[in-house]
Design a protein around this ligand. Structure first.
Ligand code: S3P
Length: 178
């Protein structure tokens, strides 16, 4: 039986905000993968990209997934690129139901624009066009990885957390009984 919920989805779909609320509502631990990567590297994500490029970041991400996948009773907010290495999803799936958050590109852009400088991949001249380009490649990967998908475009974080809880009720592979 699985006891974790792994939240995946593109940048700006609400994984962190929704994950924090979800963990409170379900009395589970909250784990933020990006924060663990920063702790392991001893530097911020923009610094990791600057020093070693995306490859260095992806290597760290794979290492952190290995550790996190072994946890129990946790809501795990993943970075948006977690689906790029299939091994990450295979590892997470062992003990996690995978919930994918989506949003329209316009909503994602609005959300990430309020946190400028934190996401090196969108630190470009036209982040809107970059989001659309990246989604063309990533959308099938998110779809393939997801057990459950929730569109957060018109939902508050609270509304999205409640929608997830309703859908999880139909999932037989989850078990939180202590
Ligand atoms: C990334 C998403 C970011 C972070 C890194 C790369 C991506 O996480 O892991 O900047 O490739 O989509 P969030 O989705 O939490 O912003």
């Amino acid at each position: 039986m699985k006891t974790n919920i792994a939240l995946i989805g593109f940048m700006g779909t609400g994984k962190t905000a929704v994950g924090q609320l979800l963990s409170k509502k379900l009395d589970l631990d909250f784990v933020e993968m990006d924060a663990l990567i920063e702790m392991k590297a001893g530097k911020t994500i923009p610094m990791i990209f600057e020093d070693g490029g995306e490859i260095a970041f992806r290597d760290l991400e794979i290492e952190v997934v290995k550790e996190v996948a072994a946890q129990t009773r946790s809501v795990i907010a993943c970075g948006g690129g977690i689906v790029l290495n299939r091994i990450n999803i295979d590892r997470l799936r062992q003990n996690s139901v995978v919930v994918c958050l989506t949003a329209s590109p316009a909503v994602m852009l609005k959300r990430v624009s309020s946190q400028v400088g934190q996401r090196p991949l969108l630190d470009v001249e036209d982040p809107g066009a970059t989001i659309r380009d990246m989604l063309k490649f990533r959308r099938p990967l998110y779809e393939r990885a997801a057990d459950i998908t929730i569109d957060t475009s018109r939902l508050t974080a609270e509304g999205a957390a409640d929608a997830i809880i309703r859908k999880l009720g139909e999932h037989e592979s989850l078990d939180w009984s202590k």
